[in-house]
Design a protein around this ligand. Structure first.
Ligand code: BTN
Length: 252
């Protein structure tokens, strides 16, 4: 166990997510906003928007972000050599725990999506600006379908919190819960990121040793999940071990 007494001032700076929250009625993308303005803002700044006109998902996919959803990003300026994936895990674990707390059973689907009843409720987009080898700026964007409509074209794969619980939710309240949880998780695992990885792995929908379905060159294949890493998984398929990057998709 470590205590505050063991932390330097630099370490303490890392603990304060959400000291500054910028609320925008509309923006192209909260990730873009922080990327373009990171020099003006301090570590831990959160930007939230009512709606995004060009919300982005992983692999350059469009992220539909109408009013009613929870669309926000967090600016990290890590002073310790923490991998960007540390912050992604903090975010996914925080969302996972907040949902559990409000009675919504959910799973983290590798790499970092939150699924309920086989449908995606929340996605996370982490982007990094490097200075040489060092991650200088990490922007972690979280998008959760909350009170927003799920249109017909995505209804087979996406779900909203209001669909699950049958009521509307307070977006600011949810934001605060996620931020508080993120601060707790950072505080707990900041000095031992490998312990966070263990906890995160335990919460994943798929465990090492299980059969999974994944997309390989656009075709669905079934294989045994051998190893889970931050950015890739190793899958055994017909006695061959394949490395599947997080850019490809685990189907089920
Ligand atoms: C994914 O699952 O592909 C990640 C989706 C991330 C969406 C969020 S919404 C807030 C932030 N701004 C963006 O443009 N994207 C992220």
């Amino acid at each position: 166990m470590w205590s505050f007494a063991e932390l330097s001032l630099e370490d303490i700076v890392v603990l304060m997510i959400g000291d500054k929250v910028i609320h925008l009625p509309v923006v192209d993308s909260t990730n873009n906003f922080l990327r373009d303005n990171h020099e003006r803002f301090t570590h831990g700044t959160v930007v939230i928007a009512n709606l995004q006109t060009r919300g982005r998902g992983r692999n350059n996919r469009e992220w539909f972000s109408p009013e009613g959803g929870l669309w926000f990003s967090i600016l990290f300026k890590p002073r310790k050599p923490l991998k960007p994936t540390f912050f992604t895990k903090v975010a996914s674990l925080a969302v996972h725990q907040v949902l559990n707390k409000i009675g919504v059973q959910n799973k983290i689907k590798w790499p970092n999506d939150i699924y309920v009843s086989g449908k995606k409720l929340c996605g996370i987009l982490t982007e990094t600006i490097y200075e040489g080898e060092r991650p200088k700026i990490v922007i972690c964007g979280i998008g959760m379908n909350v009170n927003n409509e799920i249109t017909k074209d995505i209804a087979d794969k996406a779900i909203s919190l209001s669909q699950i619980t049958g009521r509307n939710h307070d977006l600011n309240g949810l934001l605060k819960m996620v931020i508080n949880k993120m601060n707790q998780i950072v505080k707990k695992y900041y000095t031992k990121p490998e312990a966070l990885t263990r906890v995160w792995k335990e919460r994943l929908m798929h465990r090492e040793g299980e059969q999974i379905k994944f997309l390989l060159n656009g075709v669905t294949a079934t294989g045994r999940l051998i190893k889970i890493e931050d950015d890739f998984i190793v899958v055994e398929l017909e006695n061959r071990q394949l490395r599947i990057s997080s850019l490809e998709v685990v189907v089920s």
